[in-house]
Design a protein around this ligand. Structure first.
Ligand code: GUN
Ligand code: ZN
Length: 626
């Protein structure tokens, strides 16, 4: 069972329930070689705070002494670890050494007998150079094997072919299991083929059901952790900490260095505290020390990622980390190509948006923003569009005097030519615009403004430069005729809920704070909306009733089964297991209408997930009810 605690797009902090305890994800599972424990399982737990380990059941099976011990006392006793233990099946050995003398059923059965918390099928590894037809056969064989046993972990294969990956993931999702590894990625990792790795993860995620944790098999280098978590990987295993150490290689989030290269070691980990001594040590001691360093660094990176997910700053972290290597930069570019898929999981808002370069504009939130402007926005009746240059936020403050002076004379509408594209000034408090931090010398795309002007068909356009620009406005005599406040609430509501002019039918009254910001919206005396601190609206029950009658089912709806109705009417949250249907357009942090099976409105709240997630998770909250 898997439960989400926090999420940010596809990235998530979750609880993975096993027979030997709960593991918080993203988690790193150090690989323990039962023949040779460079660092003991007990140390893994005490020193590195490893919550879960992985070992290889085939190695145990093959060696009489280990097999007998494991069968008698269990794998936990064999390793001397009382936390959860995952076991791999021998697929990797089969791939490296050719035929292994074991069969799928036998090795899965063995893993169960020795008490593994997560048993793995004997899947067929398909490396990147595998021909399409052969990779397809591997996938079919893997699916066949998945059906013939009840393994806990069913591995997604399909080499570097997105359609095979998605197909394999879709088929495996139909079967009963608790975890999905993504396999055959080690050769991609080793050759720094990160861009293809992005495609492999994304295409696998497309087919997998969201409620099962995803394990990136054999990925133990911290360089790739942030990207993998951003794309929805929850578990990693590392034998790299030991393999690298044997070659005197130290792992860092931005790459790998040989210990002898380190003239000015700046690592704050306890393993490196007496760094000069490391160089003088004998081989065994040295390997151990470097392995310790590798583990400290890897676990520390996982922690940083979790903190970033918690703060809503993982995109910024990924963009920063991807500047460490040109091939990571390619991976970042590749992530941008998947923005349409990523947008489905993208929350309505975060605390901030730090622009770290052009790649930031390929984030799914920017894709959504541009799309919604063109699809959902309605411009006011104005004689002229004044295009203002990008500037400090909030735009309405920066351009307060300019807007006031022009509006007194001319019926003008104002759009900022921002990094996000054309931003009608009404959106200046809304995420991502109001919360964005952007360098002022950044170049903005001109084409999007052109497209905007064309789409919305303004009769006249003027690019604002400086005070002199006023002179060009002389010929326009009529002053502003539309109500800027009403335009603002409509614009935000249409962006958020879709076009819904009837929501504002009646006498509109706005309540503002001392500093002049709109706080509450009343229509015919009824409180329908409040402004949230991300610039969007909170739906009041009055507003919910109106939208429920305006918008056709299933728009904005989360429908729940009868068992949940009474609880929700009392104000209790909607748990995902009670959700029976949901608008596919709903995004995390969206305001939603909660209805019963017959579309009777029973509550209002804020979604924590999208439709796919609500329908898939059996544990956790889907909507926070107000
Ligand atoms: N270890 C690294 N990659 C793989 C894989 O694709 N399958 C299995 N079972 N183990 C792995
Ligand atoms: Zn160190």
């Amino acid at each position: 069972m898997f439960e989400l605690k926090e999420m940010d797009g596809l990235a998530r902090i979750g609880k993975f329930y096993t027979k030997h305890g709960v593991v918080e994800t993203p988690a790193l599972l150090p690989v323990i070689n039962p023949n040779y424990m460079l660092i003991s399982p007990n140390e893994m737990k005490e020193k590195f705070k490893a919550e879960m380990l992985i070992t290889n059941s085939y190695i145990i099976y093959k060696k009489n002494e280990l097999r007998e011990k494991a069968l008698k006392n269990g794998v936990h006793s064999l390793l001397g670890f009382d936390g959860p233990v995952m076991t791999d099946s021998g697929s990797f050995q089969m791939y490296v050494y050719g035929d292994v003398e074991i069969e799928n059923r036998e090795i899965v059965d063995f893993q169960k007998k020795i008490g593994s918390d997560v048993s793995t099928i004997l899947d067929i590894i398909s490396p990147p150079d595998r021909k399409y037809e052969d990779a397809k056969k591997d996938v079919e064989e893997t699916i066949k094997r998945a059906k013939e046993v009840e393994a806990d972990a069913l591995t997604v294969q399909g080499s570097v072919y997105p359609d095979l990956r998605e197909y394999c993931a879709t088929e495996l999702s139909k079967l009963d299991c608790i975890l999905h590894p993504v396999g055959s990625v080690v050769p991609l990792m080793e050759k720094y083929r990160f861009s293809e790795l992005v495609d492999v993860i994304v295409s696998s995620k497309k087919g997998l059901i969201p409620s099962r944790p995803v394990h990136l098999f054999g990925c133990g280098h911290p360089m790739i952790f942030p990207v993998a978590v951003l794309l929805g990987c929850d578990l990693f295993d590392s034998s790299s900490y030991a393999k690298y150490a044997r070659h005197n290689r130290m792992m860092f989030p931005d790459g790998t260095k040989n210990v002898d290269e380190m003239k000015y070691p700046a690592c704050p980990c306890p393993g490196c505290s007496n760094f000069d001594e490391i160089k003088e040590m004998n081989e065994n001691e040295k390997t151990r020390k470097i392995a310790e360093h590798n583990l400290y660094v890897s676990f520390s990176e996982i922690k940083k990622i979790k903190q970033a997910v918690h703060e809503g700053g993982l995109w910024e972290m990924v963009e920063e980390r991807c500047r460490a290597h040109p091939f990571l930069l390619s991976a970042l570019k590749k992530i941008g190509e998947h923005k349409e898929f990523l947008e489905r999981f993208e929350p309505v808002s975060r605390k901030s948006f730090f622009y770290t370069g052009k790649a930031s504009l390929s984030r799914p939130i920017v894709y959504r923003f541009r799309k919604r402007i063109f699809e959902r926005y309605e411009k006011p009746e104005a004689d002229i569009l004044v295009v203002l240059p990008e500037s400090e936020r909030p735009y309405s403050k920066t351009y307060h005097d300019v807007i006031k002076k022009i509006s007194e004379k001319v019926n003008a509408h104002f759009v900022v030519n921002s990094v996000f594209g054309p931003v009608p000034v009404e959106f200046d408090e809304m995420y991502p615009v109001g919360q964005s931090v952007v360098p002022m010398d950044v170049e903005c795309e001109k084409d999007l403004v052109k497209e905007y002007v064309k789409t919305f068909d303004y009769p006249n356009v003027l690019f604002w430069e400086n005070e002199k620009t006023f002179e060009k406005l002389e010929s326009f005599k009529k002053k502003s005729s539309f109500n800027a406040d009403v335009q603002k609430i409509k614009s935000v509501a249409f962006y958020q809920f879709g076009k819904c002019p009837d929501l504002f039918k009646g006498k509109i009254k706005l309540v503002k704070s001392k500093n002049g910001k709109i706080r509450n919206v009343f229509v015919d005396g009824e409180h329908i909306l409040s402004v949230r601190n991300d610039g969007f609206f909170t739906l009041k029950m009055g507003g919910a009733k109106k939208l429920h009658s305006i918008l056709e089912y299933p728009k904005m709806r989360v429908a729940v089964n009868d068992d949940a109705v009474a609880f929700i009417m009392e104000g209790k949250n909607v748990f995902s297991k009670f959700v029976v249907e949901c608008d596919p357009e709903i995004r995390p942090k969206d305001e939603v209408l909660i209805v019963d099976k017959n579309d009777i409105l029973i509550g209002v709240g804020r979604a924590t997930m999208n439709r796919e997630e609500m329908l898939s998770f059996k544990k956790g909250i889907a909507v926070k009810v107000r």
